[in-house]
Design a protein around this ligand. Structure first.
Ligand SMILES: NC(=O)c1ccc[n+]([C@@H]2O[C@H](COP(=O)([O-])OP(=O)(O)OC[C@H]3O[C@@H](n4cnc5c(N)ncnc54)[C@H](OP(=O)(O)O)[C@@H]3O)[C@@H](O)[C@H]2O)c1
Length: 263
């Protein structure tokens, strides 16, 4: 299948490691011009080096971009436009919200999660849409969580903010379909990254057990009996954001090895 991504202007936010980096790697393999962002410049530089080395694609660059900072988000989009003339693909991603239950969270936690996990996607989308409208095409994919389909224990901030992404994407699919701008959401089940290692650590401390025990138990709950790999997750995003996807919009897809039981 020709994904028609060669030379396309692609932005992947929060992409210095983990899922974002795997997604950026997948686009680079397809010959896209890939601009990645995150907060830590040293990690970004090393991610760009890794992606160039693995893919042989030299058209990979970075901008320091904290997804909580609106100026950083505009700067990222401006850099992509000055580099490539437009933005063809935006992949919205951000760091995960802290774990915890409802009574653990004060107003500051709620504002933080709103700004990091929902408002950031709104801001980045608002910045790219005029460019996509001008060229009458574009793909936006939001990287969310399986909490868009089934709540996760001890993650009330995720369970509340992530479904907002789905509402946003569905609304935008209605508003922007006529401009040939397609927007979808992909949620990871459990894909092995530092984020999962951190959550497992929190759980192990709470339950007075080892990270290995938490990990083993979690994997038994997955019908495929294993965590996913970042590159497996990235393939779903790659397709939805590619020129091969011409008619899927406003949808949510979970990549989870069968973990989530909701229909
Ligand atoms: N892995 C999973 O199975 C899973 C499951 C459900 C949901 N998720 C969600 O998917 C997203 C990515 O997860 P991951 O597993 O790839 O996490 P990760 O391995 O911890 O990577 C997080 C990435 O986000 C960047 N980041 C964090 N805060 C940021 C901010 N304020 N602005 C810009 N970049 C920021 C980090 O770079 P810097 O530190 O340089 O900023 C890093 O590149 C998260 O929202 C996570 O909650 C993941």
């Amino acid at each position: 299948m020709d994904l028609q991504l060669k030379g396309k202007s692609v932005i992947v936010t929060a992409a210095s490691k983990g899922l974002g980096k795997a997604v950026a790697m997948a686009f680079a393999h397809e010959g896209a011009h890939v601009l990645i962002g995150s907060r830590n410049e040293a990690t970004l530089q090393s991610a760009v080096t890794d992606i160039k080395q693995e893919t042989g694609n030299e058209q990979v660059d970075y901008v320091v971009c904290d997804m909580k900072n609106p100026k950083d988000i505009s700067g990222l989009v401006e850099k992509a436009v000055s580099w490539n003339g437009t933005v063809d693909v935006l992949i919205n991603n951000a760091g995960g919200p802290p774990a915890g239950k409802f009574m653990d969270m004060g107003d500051d936690d709620w504002y933080h999660a709103f700004e990091l996990n929902l408002l950031s996607f709104i801001r980045a989308t608002r910045a790219v849409v005029p460019h996509m409208k001008k060229q009458q095409k574009g793909h936006i994919v939001n990287l969310a969580s399986s909490s868009i389909k089934q709540t996760l224990n001890n993650l009330v901030l995720s369970n509340t903010m992530r479904p907002g992404i789905v509402g946003l994407a569905k609304s935008l699919s209605q508003e922007l379909g006529g401009d040939n701008i397609l927007i979808n959401t992909v949620g990871p089940g459990t894909i092995e990254t530092d984020r999962i290692a951190e959550l497992n650590q929190v759980q192990a401390e709470q339950q007075g057990t080892t990270v290995e025990a938490i990990k083993w138990d979690a994997q038994q709950l997955v019908p495929m009996k294993r965590y996913g790999k970042p590159e497996e997750f990235a393939k779903a995003i790659l397709f939805l954001a590619s020129g091969a996807n011409t008619y899927i919009t406003g949808q949510s897809l979970i990549v989870d090895g069968g973990l989530v039981k909701s229909l």
